[in-house]
Ligand binder design. Structure first.
Ligand SMILES: [Mn+2]
Length: 379
């Protein structure tokens, strides 16, 4: 029986350019802390194997300090075999990041684009893998048949793209996964996990996702997959797994309907109430989309609300409201305002967000101007 931990896409020393300088440094440090926590998890669970399915480093930004931390971390768990497949952000090669470090003997790194394997007879296990040697890998790494010894536990660690057919990041089809016939396929490249899936041969595959989210396209809890795999004398596989949450911060995206709010204070109160009801605190980064219908005379100020709220790690607010509140009144308005509204209304409900936004702004300005007000008040 082997006990393994599957992780990927740590992207150590990622720049976090969407955050301010101080917060991006906090996140880079938290990423390094997560790596240390991963090493501790390997140690306390006495795992036989740590599989890192690519993009361990953000090669273009990685520092000596981080490289040393990784090297020392791996050396602290000499009883664990660490198997790494370089991905598109940390490709193998002469000038690659992996050539700059002298790892301890328990670290195994694939260096060729062709599939090869490592034998661990003491675990009755073979681990297959390949490497990105540049930022792209255009063929399917699983296009050829891979002969196997079925009496062993056969694992594939790979950085690849199972979701699109674009030939850029090792495109792998569902068919490839089925045909490859492994007991477990540890995938990397997609930062959100959708769980462990069973193959028709009785094997399993999964994206572990990253250890720490880096933005609002990496939402929810992040972590590693721990698994136990056993093979009996008849070649039958027993597999169990668990997702272990890791992330120090969690990214969320939510929408909030603020229909009928009649002032900035009312909008702010509604946002605060929502944040409280969701239980978000300084561990959370939130992207909030304001929706619903507001009076055309009310202007929404996302930046102002953001500045007033300091209970979260990070907050981004976007305005997707429509100035249609009480629009029945405008529709029946016999004056030029009614005619103006009639003209602009189809654009307010357009499928194109940019068109909607422009129309909403035009309506606000138009109505103020037609009521004899100063459009400069709207800025
Ligand atoms: Mn990648």
């Amino acid at each position: 029986m082997i006990k393994l931990i599957h992780t990927a896409d740590l992207h150590l020393d990622s720049p976090f350019s969407m955050l301010d300088l101080q917060k991006s440094e906090i996140r880079r440090q938290e990423m390094r802390d997560s790596f240390e926590a991963l090493i501790n998890l390997v140690y306390t669970t006495r795992s036989d194997m740590l599989l890192i399915a690519g993009d361990l480093f953000e090669s273009s930004y990685v520092t000596h300090e981080t490289l040393n931390m990784v090297k020392n971390g791996f050396a602290r768990i000499p009883d664990c075999r660490i198997v790494i497949t370089p991905g598109n952000h940390d490709p193998a090669g002469e000038n690659g990041i992996y050539n700059k470090i002298d790892f301890s003997e328990n670290v195994y790194i694939f260096t060729s684009e062709d599939i090869s394997y490592l034998d661990f007879p003491e675990l009755n296990c073979r681990v297959y893998g390949y490497a990105f040697t540049s930022q792209s890998y255009e063929k399917s790494p699983l296009c050829n048949e891979i002969p196997k010894d079925k009496s062993k536990i056969n694992i594939l660690v790979c950085h690849g793209d199972t979701a699109t057919a674009i030939p850029r990041h090792a495109p792998i089809s569902k068919n490839d996964l089925e045909r490859a016939d492994f007991d477990y396929i540890a995938l990397g490249h997609y930062h959100n996990t959708d769980g462990v899936h069973e193959l028709s041969n009785g094997g399993y595959f999964a994206y572990s996702g990253c250890l720490e989210g880096r933005g609002f396209d990496e939402i929810g809890e992040k972590g590693v997959i721990t698994a136990r795999i056993d093979k009996d004398e008849k070649g039958k596989t027993a597999f169990s797994h668990k997702f272990v949450p890791f992330s120090k911060r969690i990214y969320h995206t939510r929408s909030l309907d603020i229909t009928g709010c009649d002032s900035s204070a009312a909008i702010l109160a509604k946002i605060n109430e929502f944040i409280k009801s969701e239980g978000f605190d300084d561990h959370d980064a939130l992207k909030l989309v304001l929706e619903g219908m507001l009076s055309p005379s009310l202007r929404v100020f996302p930046q102002y609300y953001k500045e007033q709220i300091n209970t979260l790690f990070s907050l981004k607010i976007t305005d997707n409201t429509l100035p249609l509140f009480e629009s029945a009144q405008l529709m029946s308005d016999p004056s030029i305002k009614g005619a103006f509204f009639d003209k602009i209304r189809p654009l307010l409900e357009s499928g194109n967000a940019e068109e909607r936004e422009t129309a909403a702004l035009a309506l606000r300005y138009g109505l103020v101007a037609l009521s004899g007000g100063e459009t400069s008040d709207l800025n």
